[in-house]
Design a binder for this molecule. Structure first.
Ligand code: F6R
Length: 261
């Protein structure tokens, strides 16, 4: 894992956007894996700015989102398809036909999961997968103890996740309890992954993900086995790390071509 500690979430999101932009510039028909949630909102604003001011071109890009709530149609304001349209897709020159979000309203959800995997394979696999981190260590909606080799599947959301995301829905009972999510095995096949985690609420999950054992108890810890995993933190989320000074040392001593900023 490459751990990069930025002074704040703003800088972390700008760095994350630079990593994605680098992929798109080097490979104009890149396949991006995308995430939703509070964490990447600022990153998407930066990609939009790069598109408008620097001509970052998404016309040949394909995207696959990590997950979607079961039962929410695309026009539902809390659906992840709606989130992506609002925060990114409608502000850049991407062809909406090339943007994929699992269909949470599919009649046959298991067929949708298989189909989603097939679409990722047909697109040539994911070049860079963006991730956030749940307070319980989840990536996508792979909650603790889910199989580290899982493929796109239906997950029951944990009570912690319901509590963490309930505010957006008004109250917890209005929130779906199930989601379609890429599996951990699916995420691990991306050629590069970039995980962002900011703020004091993520301290424990960050510690377990980076310095704890590789274990299904903390799904994010699977990234320890990924050959190209970058974790971008701020000072607050990095506060519990034993080897923080080592990560800073490594970052200060990178060769020019190893840097993203
Ligand atoms: C979102 C997703 C989730 C979130 C995680 C963190 O597509 O898959 O794993 O990344 O729950 O959410 P925030 O960023 O709201 O703290």
């Amino acid at each position: 894992m490459e751990v990069i500690i930025q002074s704040n979430a703003e800088d972390g999101c700008v760095l994350g956007a630079k990593i994605i932009a680098k992929t798109v510039r080097e490979k104009p028909d890149a396949v991006l894996g995308l995430a939703t949630g509070r964490t990447p909102e600022r990153l998407y604003r930066e990609l939009v700015r790069m598109h408008r001011e620097e001509g970052l071109d998404f016309s040949r890009v394909t995207t696959f989102n990590l997950d979607e709530y079961v039962g929410l149609p695309p026009e539902h304001r809390q659906s992840y398809r709606y989130f992506m349209n609002e925060h990114l897709f409608r502000h850049i020159n991407i062809d909406l036909a090339n943007t994929h979000v699992p269909a949470g309203t599919a009649q046959d959800l298991q067929a949708e999961c298989r189909d989603y995997e097939e679409r990722i394979t047909a697109a040539g696999g994911i070049d860079v997968q963006l991730l956030g981190l749940g307070r319980n260590g989840h990536i996508g909606f792979n909650e603790p103890t889910g199989s580290l080799r899982s493929r796109t599947w239906i997950k029951i959301l944990s009570e912690q996740t319901l509590n963490d995301n309930a505010a957006v829905f008004g109250d917890r009972d209005a929130m779906p309890r199930h989601a379609v999510t890429m599996g951990i095995g699916t995420i691990m096949e991306a050629r590069q992954v970039v995980l962002l985690a900011f703020g004091p609420a993520k301290v424990r999950a960050v510690m377990e993900m980076i310095e704890g054992p590789l274990s299904a108890i903390c799904p994010g810890s699977a990234l320890q086995a990924h050959p190209r995993a970058i974790v971008v933190l701020d000072e607050a989320s990095a506060a519990g790390l034993r080897y923080a000074s080592h990560y800073r040392w490594v970052d200060q001593n990178k060769l020019a071509w190893q840097r993203y900023d």
